[in-house]
Design a protein around this ligand. Structure first.
Ligand code: C2E
Ligand code: CA
Ligand code: CA
Length: 740
């Protein structure tokens, strides 16, 4: 027998050596000997002791029967070679075991070398092919040298098969990992996914960081966008802050060299992104990776880079979908989403404010879109600079900004104040006014969209009745809004059934208190006898178009009454009629005026149209043309509510109106505030310098009348002199006055 029997000394030496090596050395080939002959085990082990194959020691496992081998194989893995005795319990026990190994246990990588003591007892060629048997040797052939070469061939074959399978498995994992990563749309989520996926590929706990880098940027200044394990606290900080020189160096090197770096205990992967947005991932592996793992990771990196490009592309799409491209702030969609998040996280101490720039579309039409854009940009940067950093600023419509923030940081007065100072556009000052609608999140129900809608209801309400001011949303508003539809319907019916009437409020010469004119004011008394204030129904009529017919009717009625007063012996009076924007802009407006003048036969000299400052701000050429035509007809024009808008001096000069009507808010505040007094004074002086008459409305006290007179204001209107009166009462009032 060529296989020598070991003597005891050598055996004990081997035993000792075995004790020194851990039971399962990390890098050794595991070879299983299956043989019912104890001697064969010992001889084989002895022959190959301390003989590395392909750079690794052999680690033997032993089974003494087919059954024992089967049990052992069920529990063990990574067995490179099985040296298998053909004849054991039974003649074909070995061959049967081979079938079990391949078919039942599903072990395909392990190489099998059959051995038999009896030459001539060879298995059929079929078995060798079907069960992937590597070699067939008689035990006599297994001399030390032959054993070595046979085993080397088998191990090499095992290694190749294993590597192939490993990378096939790896590729499969990579494909699955990348498709998982593809589903993550944010760069951060993607980066976090990289750590878990790599750790998963290597069978490690996730420990690592990912940083995002723009080409040309100092690697130390790159931001850590994902961090796992004991690095978790480092997220969102610059790499330089990490405080771990080893990790910093590894990442800086990978980014600098644009290549992955492998060391004894770590792996740093480089991902080249499209247009210079790279990423690098540091993974703590704690062992040096072998060739296979490295190759796997390289494939992973290349594969992932494609996904990274997609993520960046997606980021850009996201940017378009959620950011305003002119102002570079979130858009309506993003704003609604943010409000949604706030509501979902029960941040009920927050408020949504919608800030609307007054008359922006007029301004855009008059001065051009470029100017409008410049104004929006200026407003944005003012808001950005002055709002608390915790506030979210968005553009929710053309000229409407949305702000989400803590209640006390979002006081409407503060917001209005913030916009008060003029904006520099093209080197010139431009002042704006804004109207604000707000809603406290604690006051809303439903989604972010519902909250924004509520703020919008408040904004619309403010725009209708309190331009330049603000309204908080209340639940009643929505109810009122619904009933406003009803109100409009009722108004139409009332108009059709002549339930509307006109009252007249005298205007006096402040020095003599003689009545010099009257203002026609529309009234609506419902069938139940309730008065609906014009502040409520006029805006409705304006927004529905009903104002065209309604306004014409007021003018006709007022002119007819004036005619009647004259017949009744009243001295000729100026008749002031309010005209809305919609009327003024309507193409048939002048025809209507002409028709009414002709029908009633009154002297156009005695008709005055009251237009608000916002009408005066309509397109300049149009306004100048209209006023010229009115002047040709000798109809006079007063600018109502003067001081609340923002007409400029030079513009007023061009317009050639006849009278400025000081808004009653300034008159009533004259006594309290120095600033209101100064505004009144300024308007009076402005009138004087432009050669315009000035009338003050809302005069309620003698003190106000005296102060106005002292300032040089000659005309007044208000409860001090007379309330608006129904025509018969007015007639009596006027005749009585004339008599004295
Ligand atoms: P306005 O043109 O500024 O009209 C003056 C308003 O001030 C009137 O309210 C009048 O009753 C009120 N007023 C007069 N003197 C005093 C005073 O001493 N103290 C106070 N606190 N208020 C005084 P009114 O009649 O409720 O009208 C409100 C607004 O409705 C008007 O404001 C005007 O803008 C609009 N309006 C009324 N009638 C018409 C109309 O026929 N056509 C159009 N287009 N608008 C109208
Ligand atoms: Ca008026
Ligand atoms: Ca007024």
């Amino acid at each position: 027998m060529p296989i020598a029997r070991e003597d005891d000394d050598i055996l004990s030496l081997i035993d000792e050596a075995d004790d020194l090596i851990p039971a399962r050395p990390a890098r050794s080939w595991r070879v299983l000997i299956v043989d019912d002959d104890q001697d064969v085990h010992q001889a084989t082990e002895f022959a190959l002791a301390n003989t590395p194959i392909l750079g690794r020691q052999i680690h033997f496992l032993h089974a003494y029967s087919a059954l024992e081998a089967q049990q052992l194989l069920r529990d063990e893995n990574d067995i490179a070679v099985i040296l298998l005795d053909v004849v054991m319990e039974r003649e074909d026990a070995g061959l049967k075991l081979v079938r079990t190994i391949r078919e039942d246990l599903g072990i395909h990588e392990a190489r099998i070398i059959l051995r038999t003591g009896q030459p001539g007892y060879a298995p059929e060629i079929d078995a060798i092919r079907d069960y992937d048997i590597n070699d067939y040797k008689t035990k006599s052939e297994l001399s030390r040298n032959r054993l070595y070469t046979t085993l080397t061939a088998a191990i090499r074959s095992y290694d190749q098969i294993h590597a192939l399978n490993a990378s096939r498995r790896g590729l499969d994992m990579i494909i699955r990992a990348s498709s998982k990563l593809m589903a993550r749309h944010g760069a951060r989520e993607f980066a976090a996914g990289i750590i878990t996926q790599i750790s998963g590929l290597l069978g490690l706990e996730p420990e690592g960081i990912v940083c995002a880098h723009d080409q040309g940027q100092d690697p130390l200044q790159t931001t850590i966008i994902a961090a796992a394990g004991h690095f978790a606290g480092a997220i969102d900080r610059p790499l330089a802050d990490l405080g771990d020189a080893h990790v910093i160096a590894a990442l800086a090197q990978a980014l600098g060299k644009r290549a992955s770096q492998f060391t004894e205990d770590s792996t740093t992967l480089f991902f080249a992104g499209e247009s210079g947005h790279d990423m690098a991932a540091y993974i703590e592996t704690n062992v040096a990776l072998d060739e296979n793992d490295r190759r796997l990771l390289e494939v992973f990196c290349t594969n992932i880079t494609v996904s990274l490009d997609n993520v960046i592309l997606f980021g850009r799409l996201n940017d378009h979908a959620y950011n305003d491209q002119l102002l570079h702030i979130p858009n309506r969609l993003a704003f609604v989403r943010a409000v949604d998040v706030a509501l979902q996280s029960a941040r009920l101490d927050e408020t949504v404010a919608l800030i609307d720039i007054d008359h922006f579309s007029h301004l855009n039409d008059a001065l051009g879109h470029r100017y409008g854009d410049a104004l929006l940009i200026a407003v944005t940067s003012r808001l950005r600079a002055r709002l608390a950093t915790t506030c979210l600023l968005a553009r929710v419509a053309g000229d409407t900004f949305g702000v989400l923030g803590i209640d006390h940081e979002l006081g409407p007065d503060v917001l209005l104040d913030l916009l008060r100072a003029p904006f520099q556009i093209d080197g010139a000052d431009h002042s704006i006014s804004a109207t604000i609608g707000l809603v406290r999140l604690s006051e809303t129900e439903g989604s972010g969209a519902d909250a924004v809608k509520a703020a919008n209801i408040a904004l619309n309400r403010a725009k209708e009745s309190a331009r330049g001011e603000y309204f908080y949303y209340t639940r009643d508003m929505e109810f009122e809004t619904r009933s406003r539809v009803q109100l409009l319907q009722d108004l139409r019916v009332a108009f059709d059934r002549d339930r509307l009437f006109v009252v007249y409020q005298p205007q006096v010469d402040l020095a003599t208190r003689h009545v010099i004119g009257v203002e026609a004011l529309l009234r609506w008394r419902t069938d139940e006898g309730k008065f609906v204030p014009p502040d409520q129904f006029i805006p409705l009529a304006e927004s529905s178009g009903l104002i065209i017919a309604l306004g014409a009717w007021v003018m006709r009625t007022a002119c007819a009454e004036q005619r009647r007063f004259l017949r009744e012996g009243v001295k000729v009076l100026r008749m002031a009629v309010n005209v809305s924007v919609a009327q003024f802009r309507h193409p048939t407006f002048l025809d209507t005026v002409d028709t009414i003048l002709a029908e009633t036969g009154i002297d156009p000299d005695h008709l005055e149209l009251e237009i608000t400052e916002s009408v005066a701000m309509l397109d300049a050429d149009f306004m100048v043309g209209m006023l010229q035509k009115l002047k040709e007809r000798r109809i006079s024009v007063a600018v109502d509510d003067f001081g609340t808008g923002f007409s400029s001096l030079s513009y007023l000069e061009r317009l050639r109106v006849d009278r400025l009507k000081i808004d009653r808010s300034f008159v009533s505040q004259m006594a309290q505030g120095e600033s209101s007094r100064r505004i009144v004074e300024t308007i009076v002086q402005l009138g004087r310098s432009l050669d315009l008459d000035v009338i003050a409305e809302g005069v309620e006290t003698d003190a106000e009348a005296d102060a106005l007179t002292a300032m040089g204001c000659h005309e007044g209107q208000g409860y001090l002199f007379a309330r608006p009166l129904p025509s018969d009462e007015l007639l009596g009032f006027l005749l009585a006055r004339q008599a004295t």
